[in-house]
Design a protein around this ligand. Structure first.
Ligand SMILES: [Zn+2]
Length: 91
């Protein structure tokens, strides 16, 4: 029988899950060969608090938001720096 929702899928556990434990892990995206994904990003694994079975994994949305803000700010700073425009603006 398939595991019901909110129960651990581990047949030796099957505990009712009222919460799961999140752990930050590195997610290596370098094999995707995308120039924008050359660095490892942060992900989260979700584990059963009773037996430790990993129930799922996803990219850490909070870390991604932080990285996006950081990259946006860096981009804005660069675009506001006259040096970044090269000689076309120095005339
Ligand atoms: Zn379990």
């Amino acid at each position: 029988m398939a595991a019901t929702h909110n129960h651990c899928p581990n047949p030796e556990c099957k505990q009712h899950l009222t919460k799961v434990i999140g752990h930050r892990v590195g997610v290596d995206l370098t094999h995707l060969n995308s120039s924008k994904m050359t660095e490892a990003v942060t992900g989260i694994t979700y584990k059963c608090p009773h037996c430790g079975t990993i129930l799922g994994c996803q990219i850490d949305p909070i870390a991604i938001m932080g990285d996006s803000v950081e990259q946006t700010v860096k981009g804005l700073r660069k675009s506001m720096n006259p040096d970044a425009f090269g000689e076309s603006f120095s005339k």
